[in-house]
Design a protein. Structure first.
Length: 201
């Protein structure tokens, strides 16, 4: 497993979700990943979808020897987007991993060209990997972490910009109110002067 730097041939299907932490260095930053592995089998999917909310990115895995798993990527993306409640859905980072690149080419059913073209069209980060031989796993995660950090910085900048703009607008309104109040007070003072038939310096 990626988070433990080891591979286990004893496969057990995920029921609901499994959780783990992994620290990696990306762009000279130490980043702690909180990885939620949700159920892939259809009968367990409803148990894991609640964990999509608040996610900073999504990692989709297909089997290069199983074309159906590749064809289901669009469905998985749609399901994730409908459940994640992302603040900015259009920029949500996706990492697609084509697993089992260690197998003989004769066994492959999804070509690299086909997968690369699809992921470019979708805006996905794409790597062919081998969980068994630990090929490209960490590179893939480093790549998506870079996108996550860049996106978060843009969102934070947008939030700060919106807050500043709101403050300026509210400040402008307050200035306008103060100016209008001042003019009303000035007119009122002049009126009092006239009515009182007094001369004020």
């Amino acid at each position: 497993m990626f988070e433990h730097n080891k591979f286990s041939a004893q496969f057990k299907p995920t029921i609901g979700a499994d959780f783990s932490n992994k620290e990696i260095v990306a762009d000279d930053r130490l980043v702690t990943l909180q990885i939620w592995d949700t159920a892939g089998q259809e009968r367990f999917q409803s148990l894991g979808s609640a964990f999509y909310r608040g996610a900073d990115c999504c990692v989709l895995v297909y089997d290069i020897t199983n074309p159906l798993s590749f064809a289901n990527l669009v469905t998985w993306k749609s399901t994730f987007m409908s459940k994640s409640e992302s603040k900015d859905p259009a920029t949500m980072p996706f990492l697609v991993l084509g697993n089992k690149c260690d197998v003989d080419e004769g066994i492959r059913k999804v070509t690299s060209l086909e997968a690369k073209r699809f992921c470019e069209e979708q805006g996905f980060v794409w790597f062919e990997v081998s969980a068994k031989d630990n090929i490209n796993i960490e590179q893939g995660f480093r790549s998506i972490v870079t996108r996550v950090v860049e996106r978060q910085e843009r969102l934070n900048g947008k939030i700060l910009g919106d807050a500043a703009e709101k403050a300026n607008v509210e400040g402008g309104k307050q200035s306008a109110v103060a100016s209008n109040t001042s003019r009303r007070m000035t007119r009122s003072t002049k009126t009092k002067v006239v009515l009182g038939e007094q001369t004020l310096s």
